[in-house]
Every structure is written in structure tokens, then in C-alpha cells.
Ligand binder design. Structure first.
Ligand code: IMP
Ligand code: ZN
Length: 394
């Protein structure tokens, strides 16, 4: 392939460099070309076999993790985790099936993802669909081995913010029982975080409306608030008062942080706010002074490996800042972000971490247990969940 490109660059059949390359790699003429093609085919087959072997090993590890039922998920967006069959069904009923299939096939950087979310929102556009999607997301995480789940979602005007919250809480209760369960029965306990969207909630009063709903529905399973949405719009100044109010009312706070470059001032302000958790921190870790601030703050970071790699914020799993934060002893937890958008699952994220960073099963379980320290639920729920994880079998 490389030879082909070189020949092209040097003109058809021309160029000393191209000829030399061809001589080195099997000579010119038809025989040489055939030989090169055979060699390329053999290399491709070997590559595919090694990818298959890697994927098989990852799948086995993920399945073992799911069976062990010790998952703790703290950063997952409801609509980003929609079940694919459901999305296609809702899309078909709304004449959006083609767009959905196209979205699935698309390559996605971070900003392209926000276009995909618009499509999901066009499909999950009423209270019944939202209730169903929330229930299914809980069921899917439970099936994948989660014992505790914090799902976040943005109340939207399209449905009516309060109706939206009611629908999500109904879905939560359909799956996990009253207020999302307490884990005493060994089943999944789940809670809701309400998100302020930097694009949708484009003034302070809209953000405050969401925070007020979070306060109002605290007794029914809302445990925290989050700032998310496209990181290239909106200003923290607009939201500080709302997040301070949330904290004053005992809600957990989490902020999507450092997803894009050139946002140092905002990242510094986020860390200075001392939220209970930060999401991603991709660019925070790349700037020495921000990294120092982050490590000193000890604010737990929600890490989403596949999300950061698929959106091209990180070059690959091996380059992910998981390694840096873990070796610094910083509090971290592994999360999925959006299982449908990024075609992943919690068990898969743990399998990737295990295979990339050489973690043992015990280390994986410890990370999961540790994540419960950062959860926003009540202490008695934490104790139940921790006991469930301890008692899990494989
Ligand atoms: P929803 O809030 O349940 O509708 O979930 C989808 C929404 O989550 C998107 O519209 C974004 O606002 C937010 N979201 C999902 N993934 C990301 C991310 O990686 N960065 C920032 N916001 C995100
Ligand atoms: Zn997120």
C-alpha cells in the first residue's frame, strides 16, 4: 500500500525513490506486484487475526466482569445510552430511520456527536418514550453487571422540564423500584443526576430551573447535578450561582471538564469551585499547572476511555490519561459516558482498562469499590452496594 502511494506521488511508474522502494519490496513488473499483493494480504490477515484474538480476549474479560456483578457506573447520559433496537423503532415511527442508520455508521468526533444527540432527542421526544428508554438503560446496565448506577439527563423544554423529570423517575422506578432501590435486595440501585446543558440552558434562569427541579425531586431519587453539553458554547459564569445553590441543598455536583483545548481559564475555575467530581479532564492532564491543581484538589475524575478515543480527544487507549492519574494515586472511576453513541458497555470499559494497563481482576474490583466513595447516594445505600459487590461470586 505504501509503495502504491509513493508511486502515485512520484508520477506513474516514475521517481527514483519509488523504484528503489519497489526493488526493496519485491521488484517491479507483474510478478513483483503479485508478490507484493500476496504479502499485503498475508499481513492484513495476520492483523485481522490478532485483532480478532484481542477482541475475543476483551469480550471474554468483559463477560467475566459482567458475571461478577461488581460494576459501578457514575457517568452515563440517558439518551446517549439508548438501546439501539428501541431507537430504531422510535425512529421508524417518526420517519427518522434512515437518519439513525446513517448516524450509526458515521465516524464521530466530539462535535459530530452533538449532532447525533439531536437525532436521538428527535426520536425520544415524549414522556412515554423517555420513561421506556430510562427503564431499558437501567436494565441494560444491570445485565452488564452494574450494582450501582448514576444516570444523568438534561430536562428539556420539548417535553416540559418537570414532566421530563417525572418521566425519567418513573422509568427509574419501573426498573429498580421506589426511588431507584437501595441495593438491600442485591439488585441494582440507581439514581438520577440532572444535567444543565451549556447549549440548551443558555441563560442563568434556565439553569436555575433545572437545579430547582433537582432540589424538588431529591426525595424521589435525584442525587446530583451536572454541567454538560457542547464544551465550545456557554460560560461557567452563567452557571456558578445555580451550582452553588445545588450544593447548598446537599446535591452532588459534577462538571464536564477539559474536553477541548484552549479552555484553561474555565478548567481552573471548575477546579476552584471544588465540585464533588469532574468528568473527563482530558486537557487538564496535558497542562502542567492544571494537572498540579487537579492532583492537589483530589477531586475524583470520571474517566471514559472509549468516549475519549472515539471522539479523538485521545490518540488511543494506551495514551489515555487513565495511566497518569492512576499512577499519581488520584481518585478515578471508569465510566461509559454514552453506551449507544460509543458502542460500549461498562464491562467492556473495564476489560479495555485491564488489557491496556495490565490490571488484575482484583485491581478492577478495587477500582469499582473505590468508585462507591464518590457516589452521591446515601451512606446506607453505599453500604448495601459494597456488601453486594463483596458477596458477588466470580
Ligand atoms: P440526555 O441529557 O439524556 O439527553 O443525554 C444526551 C446529552 O448528554 C447530550 O445532548 C449532551 O448534552 C450530553 N452529553 C453526552 N455526552 C457528552 C460528552 O461527552 N460531553 C458533553 N456532553 C455530553
Ligand atoms: Zn459525559
Amino acid at each position: 500500500e505504501e509503495v502504491g502511494r509513493d508511486v502515485g506521488a512520484g508520477g506513474v511508474g516514475g521517481g527514483v525513490r519509488a523504484r528503489r522502494l519497489m526493488a526493496n519490496r519485491g521488484g517491479g513488473g507483474a510478478r513483483g506486484r503479485r508478490r507484493r499483493r500476496r504479502r499485503a494480504r498475508r499481513r492484513a490477515t495476520a492483523r485481522m487475526r490478532s485483532d480478532d484474538a484481542k477482541n475475543d480476549a476483551r469480550a471474554r474479560r468483559a463477560a467475566a466482569f459482567a458475571r461478577a456483578r461488581c460494576g459501578v457506573e457514575l457517568h452515563a447520559h440517558v439518551n446517549g445510552c439508548v438501546r439501539e433496537d428501541t431507537l430504531l423503532e422510535l425512529a421508524a415511527a417518526r420517519g427518522l430511520e434512515r437518519e439513525c442508520e446513517r448516524a450509526l455508521a458515521s465516524d464521530r468526533d466530539l462535535l459530530a456527536c452533538f449532532e447525533i444527540f439531536k437525532l436521538v432527542h428527535a426520536c425520544v421526544d415524549d414522556a412515554a418514550a423517555l420513561r421506556r428508554v430510562t427503564r431499558e438503560v437501567c436494565e441494560d446496565f444491570a445485565r452488564d453487571g452494574a450494582r450501582y448506577l448514576e444516570l444523568r439527563t438534561t430536562p428539556k423544554e420539548q417535553i416540559g422540564k418537570e414532566r421530563y423529570v417525572e418521566a425519567v423517575l418513573s422509568g427509574l422506578e419501573d426498573a429498580c423500584g421506589r426511588c431507584g432501590g437501595d441495593g438491600a435486595d442485591g439488585e441494582l440501585a440507581a439514581r438520577i443526576i440532572l444535567s444543565v446543558d451549556r447549549a440548551r440552558d443558555d441563560d442563568a434562569s434556565k439553569a436555575m430551573e433545572t437545579i430547582d427541579l433537582a432540589i424538588k425531586y431529591k426525595e424521589r431519587g435525584v442525587v446530583g447535578v451536572d454541567l454538560s453539553g457542547s464544551p465550545v458554547v456557554g460560560h461557567w459564569d452563567r452557571y456558578v450561582a445555580a451550582f452553588e445553590k445545588a450544593r447548598a441543598h446537599g446535591l452532588g455536583t459534577s462538571l464536564h471538564n477539559g474536553e477541548v483545548a484552549n479552555t484553561e481559564a474555565e478548567q481552573r475555575a471548575f477546579i476552584a469551585f471544588r465540585p464533588d467530581r469532574l468528568g473527563h479532564c482530558v486537557y487538564t492532564v496535558r497542562d502542567e499547572s492544571l494537572l498540579r491543581d487537579l492532583l492537589a484538589s483530589k477531586i475524583p475524575v470520571e474517566l471514559c476511555l472509549t468516549s475519549n478515543v472515539k471522539t479523538r480527544s485521545c490518540a488511543g487507549f494506551a495514551e489515555h490519561h487513565f495511566a497518569k492519574l492512576r499512577s499519581a494515586g488520584h481518585p478515578i472511576c471508569l465510566c461509559t459516558d454514552d453506551t449507544w453513541v460509543f458502542q460500549t458497555s461498562l464491562s467492556r470499559e473495564y476489560a479495555i482498562a485491564a488489557e491496556t494497563f495490565g490490571l488484575t481482576d482484583d485491581e478492577i474490583r478495587d477500582m469499582s469499590t473505590r468508585a462507591m466513595d464518590f457516589a452521591f447516594c446515601d451512606e446506607d445505600v453505599k453500604l448495601n452496594v459494597l456488601a453486594n459487590i463483596r458477596n458477588s461470586t466470580s
